[in-house]
Design a protein around this ligand. Structure first.
Ligand code: DQA
Length: 148
């Protein structure tokens, strides 16, 4: 069984209650269950986490080289601001996928730039809850192809 760390950034604990017109009505617990289910189908154990703290995200990213086969993350608002998260992503020598529920390229100007995407292999954006499922499929392909 492969193991993938899936990090959710700030405010994603409020999914289902926050801006439902943009992010939908599904809460993070349900997304976690769907992600774990998808992982099981592909023989990938998903370690699903959420934090509102930038430092905690960075400490978690530092675990990946030693403990995981890949990293999936929705950096939320830090996508657009955090050079520190980008720097930590660049230290990871495992497959990395960034995801967003919304399509960040058809929203406000300040969301159109993803700083963190420079540190990952690919980005999935705009498919709602399905972005999580597609990101798990993508990381599975990257792991199978031994992408570093
Ligand atoms: C988000 C998009 C970000 O711009 C925003 O700050 C979020 C959620 C998404 O999943 O669509 O919090 O990452």
């Amino acid at each position: 069984m492969k193991e993938v760390l899936l990090i959710n950034g700030p405010n994603l604990n409020l999914l289902g209650k926050r801006e439902v017109d943009v992010y939908g009505e599904t809460d993070l617990e349900e997304i976690k269950n769907k992600s774990i289910e998808k992982g099981n189908l592909l023989k990938i154990k998903i370690d699903f986490r959420q934090t509102n703290s930038e430092g905690e995200i960075i400490n978690w990213i530092h675990e990946v080289n030693e403990k995981f086969d890949g990293l999936i993350m929705n950096p939320a608002g830090y996508t657009h601001t955090s050079i520190s998260i980008l720097d930590s992503l660049k230290s990871v020598k495992k497959p990395k996928v960034e995801l967003h529920l919304s399509n960040i390229y058809n929203r406000e100007e300040y969301r159109k730039k993803s700083l963190t995407s420079e540190g990952v292999h690919g980005i999935i954006s705009g498919f709602g809850v399905n972005s999580y499922i597609l990101a798990i499929e993508a990381i599975n392909e990257l792991i199978k192809n031994s992408i570093r």
